[in-house]
Design a protein around this ligand. Sequence first.
Ligand SMILES: Cc1cc2nc3c(=O)[nH]c(=O)nc-3n(C[C@H](O)[C@H](O)[C@H](O)COP(=O)(O)OP(=O)(O)OC[C@H]3O[C@@H](n4cnc5c(N)ncnc54)[C@H](O)[C@@H]3O)c2cc1C
Length: 482
Amino acid sequence: MKISNPTEYRESLGKLKRRIYILGEQVENATAHPMVIPSLNAIAETYNSGDEPEAFDILFADSHLTGKRISRFTHIHQSVDDLVKKVLMQRLLGRRTSTCFQRCVGMDGINALYSVTYECDQKHKTEYHKRLKDYIAWIQEENLVVDGAMTDVKGDRSLRPGDQQDPDMFVHIVDRSDEGIVVRGAKAHQTGALNSHEILVMPTVAMREEESDYAVSFAIPSDTKGVIFILGRQPSDTRRLEDSPLDMGNPLYSSQEALVVFDDVFVPNERVFMAGEFDVSGLVVERFAAFHRQSYGGCKVGVGDVLIGAAKLISEYQGTWKASHIREKIVEMIHLNETLFSCGIACSSMGKKTPAGNYEVDTLLANVCKLNVTRFPFEIARLLQDIAGGLLVTMPSEKDIRNPEIADYIEKYLKGVGDVPTLNRIKVLKFIENMTVGCGAAAYLTESMHGAGSPQAQRIMISRLAELDKKVELVKKILDIT
Ligand SMILES: Cc1cc2nc3c(=O)[nH]c(=O)nc-3n(C[C@H](O)[C@H](O)[C@H](O)COP(=O)(O)OP(=O)(O)OC[C@H]3O[C@@H](n4cnc5c(N)ncnc54)[C@H](O)[C@@H]3O)c2cc1C
């Protein structure tokens, strides 16, 4: 692996010449920008072997393409064990960072495309699977971060891609030549986009024949001509510019999302993985969504572990730990969190081999997993706020704490349990503020709701996959109804 540690990762990104806008200004070196650094730190943890005893086994895998040791984020799952280890890796990194570490979308993208390109080639005599394998072998060797870009901006939600007033509301092919294709459009909410070496584009919905120019999948380096990044805002994000790390709550780590525009971008043939095969576009959406819905049963659980720790710590600092209702609430948080983990493990354990030879998760259980994720983190956050008390949104700033004229008042009046420094109490409360209403809530709450599809998308899949008629047969058989 060429990039083998966090420092090399940061250096490799710094070399890219990209067109990036942050707070209205074009930025030359985003990796040094305070709005970006915490998210860069989070993704850099995926390059950190770490000191957890289990880390090495779950952060790395053996490539089925080259036999070499690679980052699991670039791996194609070869077994149920691989699927389970993916979830364990995500929980571990959620625990380390307490945020989204941004590298799962690319992993889920290559895994979804792996089986779909194989099936597409069988059906259409195309050569996408070999191209994709070459691409995967390359990102494994280089150890690159890939932004998995599925969500189009979509315009009027009541209209199909081909019926939009503006045809660019979904990424589509605007020109074709012997060398490749030219694409136009934009992908919204792109996790870790500014922190990625590559962008892997996939369609958002199943396309129809008349929409075949929208059935497009490809990969490009993130500094390709015509690609523009516009960093998204998060609640209280400009605290990063205030030189007050305490007020950031989670000073080291954060998530990142951006709008990525493709302004007539050329993609050479060797990086095109679908260009018009509308009848397989829906498969990519379904399989990517299933892998990504599995992901949430790991990453958000790791974050939940940190929040449960914060609940106990703040209750100790404030003298409420011995109260039975506090302990019950913490047990409830654990129950919710472990239920999510159980779903992540269940859909992995029930995974199956595809015709291409890789393993995919059980789609029904992955959708159940994600539907729970659209709810349980909100309940965990609600219980945490209950335990924390109102101070989490009424605290003075770090600058007040640093002002000698008032610092003693803050130390005296915001003290909880006698022998705990007031600053420790404030640190934990600022963290809870970040995670439940600040920047951290973007990844822990809103992403839990909408990431990998809004709740209705999972309900549709659940109703489609539940085999309801078979259940009717069960009851009929027991009751002898013909
Ligand atoms: C923090 C975060 C990170 C993300 N990261 C990524 C990423 O890395 N890569 C990526 O590709 N995507 C990413 N996403 C995008 C995510 O998949 C979408 O947010 C999700 O699919 C919902 O799309 P939307 O946000 O456009 O909302 P909408 O689709 O507008 O949904 C809003 C509401 O409208 C409903 N709705 C939508 N269309 C219809 C319709 N036709 N009829 C009836 N109801 C409708 C939905 O059910 C929902 O209730 C991320 C999202 C978030 C919030």
